[in-house]
Design a protein around this ligand. Structure first.
Ligand code: CU
Length: 317
C-alpha cells in the first residue's frame, strides 16, 4: 500500500506550485473534549516536510490523558510505547497507573496529500475546564522533520507560534469543583492558584470569602500539599515599594462582608513549595478559620497570567 515515489514526487511538485502548505498546521478535527468521557482524536496532517513525504507520525500523549487506543491504518505500521503515569487515575471505578505514552505510525504520505491519524483517549479530571492540553507531534521525512511541539506560555497567543503542538480544550467538567461552598456562616467561592515556574519556592492562593453570619470570623491559615505552611498575606507600601507581609492575627471577615483574595491584594502564600503547580491541576488543600475551623477546598490551577505580583515583590521575611 505504499505510494510509488515517482508518482509521489510528481503529485508533490504539482501541489507545491499552487498551494501554501507551510501555513497549514497539524491540528485535531475536534479540538474540544469533556473530562471523563471518551474522546476521538482525529489528527490532521496537511503536508510533508518542505516537499518531502511524511514517513512517520509520532504523537506524544500528555500526562492526564489515559485509556489511549490508536486506530490501525491501512498501509501504515502502528507502534505504541507504554509507560507509567506520574499519578494514578480512576477510569470506570478502576485505578490506572500506566498506559500508552507515544504512538508512532510508519508509512508514507506525499507532501501534496492530506491524511488523518486517529486514536481514542480519555481526558481525566486532572485538567481544569478551559485549559488546553497539547499533544506534541513530530512528522519525520527522509532526512527532515516537522516538529509540532511548541506550547504557548501563559497569556501568549498560540496562533503566533510557528510550530504549535495541536491542542484540545477542556470543556466544562461534569464533576468540576463547586463554584461556591457554604461552611457554617461562610461562603467560599472559586479557590484558585497559579501555575509556578520550575524551581519557584512559593505559590499563591486566591478566593472570595463572604460572611453571612453575625460575628466576625478570621482566616488564620491552612494547609497545602507540597508546601511546608500556608500564610495569609497582604500587600503593603513600604518606602515606595510594594511588599507582601503576613497578616497579623488573621484576615478579618466582618459580618455581611465579602473579602476577595486576589493577585496584588490579600492572598494565601504556599511556602517552601516542593513541586511546581501546573495549569489545569486541581489541588486539594485546607483553610483554617478562627470560628468555622478547618475547611477542605480545591484550588483550580490557572495559567501564569499577568495579573500576579511581579517576582521581585516576593520578599518574605
Ligand atoms: Cu505573599
Amino acid at each position: 500500500m505504499f505510494t510509488s515515489h515517482s508518482r509521489g514526487a510528481l503529485v508533490a511538485a504539482a501541489f507545491f506550485a499552487v498551494s501554501t502548505p507551510a501555513f497549514a498546521h497539524v491540528s485535531f478535527e475536534t479540538a474540544q473534549a469533556t473530562p471523563n468521557t471518551s474522546y476521538k482524536g482525529i489528527l490532521r496532517i496537511p503536508h510533508g516536510c518542505d516537499g518531502k513525504p511524511t514517513l512517520k507520525v509520532r504523537v506524544r500523549i500528555p500526562e492526564g490523558v489515559v485509556a489511549v487506543k490508536p486506530m490501525p491504518k491501512a498501509g501504515w505500521k502502528l507502534e505504541t510505547t507504554k509507560g507509567s503515569y506520574v499519578r494514578t487515575y480512576k477510569v470506570h471505578g478502576e485505578t490506572v497507573s500506566e498506559g500508552v505514552t507515544d504512538i508512532v505510525w510508519t508509512g508514507s504520505l506525499d507532501d501534496g496529500h492530506y491524511d488523518e491519524f486517529v486514536f481514542q483517549a480519555r481526558f481525566t479530571d486532572a485538567f481544569q475546564p478551559g485549559a488546553t492540553v497539547y499533544f506534541p507531534v513530530v512528522q519525520e521525512c527522509d532526512g527532515a522533520a516537522e516538529e509540532w511541539v511548541q506550547v504557548p506560555a501563559a497569556g501568549e497567543d498560540a496562533h503566533k507560534l510557528a510550530m504549535p503542538a495541536p491542542g484540545v480544550k477542556i470543556a466544562g467538567a461534569a464533576n468540576a469543583a463547586p463554584a461556591a461552598q457554604k461552611v457554617g456562616e461562610l461562603t467560599i467561592e472559586q479557590p484558585w492558584s497559579r501555575a509556578t515556574p520550575g524551581g519557584a519556592k512559593v505559590g499563591g492562593g486566591y478566593l472570595r470569602i463572604t460572611n453571612n453570619g453575625k460575628e466576625t470570623d478570621r482566616l488564620i491559615g491552612g494547609s497545602f500539599p507540597n508546601a511546608s505552611r500556608v500564610e495569609v498575606h497582604e500587600m503593603k507600601m513600604e518606602n515606595d515599594i510594594m511588599r507582601m507581609k503576613p497578616v497579623h492575627g488573621g484576615l478579618e471577615i466582618k459580618p455581611g462582608a465579602s473579602v476577595e483574595l486576589k493577585p496584588g491584594g490579600y492572598h494565601l502564600m504556599f511556602m517552601d513549595l516542593k513541586a511546581p503547580l501546573t495549569e489545569g491541576q486541581i489541588v486539594k488543600g485546607t483553610l483554617v478559620f478562627e470560628k468555622v475551623g478547618t475547611v477542605d477546598v480545591e484550588y483550580a490551577v490557572r495559567g501564569m497570567g499577568d495579573a500576579a505580583p511581579a517576582a521581585g515583590e516576593h520578599h518574605h521575611h
